[in-house]
Design a protein around this ligand. Structure first.
Ligand code: UD1
Ligand code: CA
Length: 477
């Protein structure tokens, strides 16, 4: 789409959202509303995007940067016509056509946008308008057609009488304009209407005055024209995008056991033959490989899960990587920079943070592994803890290949365990252990014969045990 620029109107606060956050910054399926609109313009092949921003603009700067857009600030929100005029001032002189998009309409598809541009060109029109036929058109501007089918005018609901309000065809707020027409006519808009705003929609009448036409393009799917003004509409739009996202996964060969109880955000990718059980949430930039099984209740955010891995129920991953064939959970927690090696096992109530675990290593029960470098085929016993934090700084634990760590061991970092070493259960390891060595740290066990019978017989009674007869003790003289 050479010579076409997009102007996205996004300066409004969105009062009906009742929010401290500007409307277009609200996330829809994990990305700001505005991100969806910008992506649509980019995907349609429009090379330049101008964002018209206002209050809270810093909240959407990530989106602007991501799409390499230009920003113009509309100081006072005087209406969509004023916003478009502001936006046009930043459009490059090379652009001969301008597509105006609403920052609050994230459901539009690139194909529809291309059809809108094509329709204006074909009709040699001043503008083309995307419209939708809605079962409930309330809240939208209504499209009044001329006898020849072109647009005669667009009337805002607040300026419409009862008969106009019965028109089911609404304005989506998405337009393709001839740039010269736009530049000539935006300064001519007035604010004589119910809201005392400069309406972009009044350009229709100005086109007719110039002897030009405005052609309508009806969206095949009425959902595409939905604008979001309230939390209710935000929830509806999210549900529509979610259904589409899960539909795309199903089409691509992913099994989703219960689509109605699965949440997958926009940017997540999932390989074929992966099976997703109910109650799973896949968030952010998560990438799931092929043949993965993700069991009930898992929450996976910004993580990579490689082919053939398995996430057992209620595991929570954030910024983690699980390599091929590894098994995680149930109830495991993988925090940022946890890197679980091929075929490794992370079991219940194990937390891993900023640690690399080698191929085939196992930590199956109740452990904390943080700031560690763990080799291959290491066995980490139940209750092992890396004491990585001294209250001031974090320290590293290094465990070599094939180390066997007995249960209930603490590694007081920084500490290094050589390969093939054996750590006896219950150790507190404060010094390095050389390869192949045995390290023990425990107080010697004492046994006091018949102590319970002599000193606390009531314990035996309470447990229903008979109190044994004691061997006669020689009386000390
Ligand atoms: C607008 C249309 C209406 C259409 C509806 C579709 C006009 C006058 N009305 O109404 O016909 O059916 O969209 O959703 O155009 N904005 C600015 N600066 C402003 C005013 C608005 O940047 O001064 C931005 C908003 O941030 C928003 C977009 O323009 O992203 C649309 O504004 P909004 O107030 O939501 O318009 P609607 O009342 O929905
Ligand atoms: Ca709106």
């Amino acid at each position: 789409m050479e010579g076409v620029s997009a102007v996205i109107l996004a300066a409004g606060m969105g009062k009906r959202m009742k929010s401290a956050l500007p409307k277009v910054a609200h996330p829809v399926l994990g990305q700001p509303m505005l991100w969806h609109v910008a992506r649509l313009a980019a995907a349609a092949g429009i090379p330049e995007i101008v964002f018209v921003l206002g209050h809270g603009q810093e909240k959407v700067m990530d989106t602007v940067t991501r799409f390499g857009g230009k920003v113009v600030v509309q100081e006072r929100q005087l209406g969509t016509g004023d916003a478009a005029r502001t936006g046009l001032s930043a459009v490059s002189p090379r652009a001969r056509e301008v597509v105006v998009l609403s920052g609050d309409a994230p459901l539009l598809r690139p194909k529809t946008l291309r059809a809108l541009v094509a329709a204006r060109r074909k009709g040699r029109a001043a503008a083309s308008v995307l419209t939708g036929i809605l079962p409930d058109p309330s809240g939208y501007g209504r499209v009044v057609r001329s006898p020849d089918g072109t647009v005669a005018r667009i009337v805002e609901e607040r300026d419409a009488d009862a008969s106009l309000r019965r028109i089911p065809e609404v304005n989506s707020g998405t337009y393709a304009f001839d740039r010269a027409f736009l530049a000539r006519n935006l300064p001519r808009l007035t604010d004589v209407n119910a809201q005392r705003e400069y309406y972009l929609t009044d350009l229709v009448v100005q086109a007719l005055e110039e002897g030009k036409v405005v052609v309508p393009v009806v969206a095949a799917d009425p959902d595409e024209v939905r604008g979001i003004n309230s939390r209710r509409e935000l929830a509806e739009a999210t549900a529509i995008l979610l259904r589409a996202k899960i539909g795309a996964l199903l089409d691509a060969g992913v099994t989703v056991v219960d689509p109605g109880r699965t949440y997958v955000e926009t940017e997540v990718s999932v390989g074929t033959d992966t099976l997703i059980e109910p109650g799973v949430a896949l968030l952010g930039a998560t990438r799931i490989g092929r043949g993965v099984r993700i069991q009930a209740g898992c929450v996976v955010e910004n993580s990579i899960v490689e082919d053939g891995a398995r996430l057992q129920p209620y595991s929570v991953l954030s910024g983690a990587r699980v390599r091929k064939g590894a098994i995680v959970g149930p109830f495991a927690r993988l925090r940022p920079e946890a890197d679980i090696g091929e075929g490794a096992h992370i079991g219940n109530f194990v937390e891993v943070k900023k640690s690399r675990l080698g191929k085939g290593t196992k930590a199956n029960h109740l452990s904390y592994i943080g700031d560690s470098l763990v080799g291959r085929k290491v066995n980490i016993g139940a209750g092992t803890i890396t004491c990585n934090y001294d209250g001031i700084a974090k320290h590293t634990t290094v465990i070599g290949d094939g180390v066997f760590v007995g249960s209930d061991t603490q590694f007081v970092a920084p500490v290094t365990i050589g390969k093939g070493a054996l750590i006896g259960a219950g150790a507190t390891i404060v010094k390095d252990v050389p390869p192949y060595a045995l390290a023990l740290s425990r107080a010697e066990q004492k046994v006091l014969a018949d102590w319970v019978t002599r000193k606390k017989p009531e314990l035996l009674t309470k447990a229903g045990l008979k109190i044994p007869r004691l061997p006669k003790k020689e009386k000390p003289k």
